[in-house]
Design a protein around this ligand. Sequence first.
Ligand code: FMN
Length: 156
Amino acid sequence: MKSIVVYYSLTENTKFLAKEIAKFVNADLLELKPEKEISKGLTKYLWGGKQVFMKEKPKLNKIDKKIENYDQIFIGTPVWAWTFTPPIRTFLSENKIAGKKVYLFASHEGGLGKTLEDLKKQLENNKQISKIDFYKPLENIEKCKKQIAEWLEIKS
Ligand SMILES: Cc1cc2nc3c(=O)[nH]c(=O)nc-3n(C[C@H](O)[C@H](O)[C@H](O)COP(=O)(O)O)c2cc1C
């Protein structure tokens, strides 16, 4: 069973989760990087929020992995304005994912909103979709590691 963890992360929380998950299931890692990244300062809320509301699909750097080669696909996103992030929207529009086992994970600060439902709707043609969310991962490292282990021991 070949697995890949695809994720976007602006401030490293989702990256931490992605790396932990990849270690746990021995998966390849694919970080999505927009060609033009938004600033990590306070303006991120403005520009990031605008991208979400406009349903923008920012252009991503070239991807060096073939998604169709994998059986299990993990997709990780921060929550932006109660949903998944624009780079994930770009990725899903450019990579049709069907017939796979899909695992969704999100990183947030208490306002998960519809992130995982919205993401699930984009991935309906798959065998199985499992999802989990994590609260402020970099402030709750041990708790998140435990959550990951519990999630994947049951699902993998
Ligand atoms: C544009 C923007 C919008 C956000 N909206 C939400 C939100 O709706 N709910 C929430 O809980 N956190 C929100 N956050 C906080 C992030 O989801 C949270 O910090 C997350 O852990 C960041 O992941 P990252 O470090 O991988 O980028 C938002 C952050 C940004 C930059």
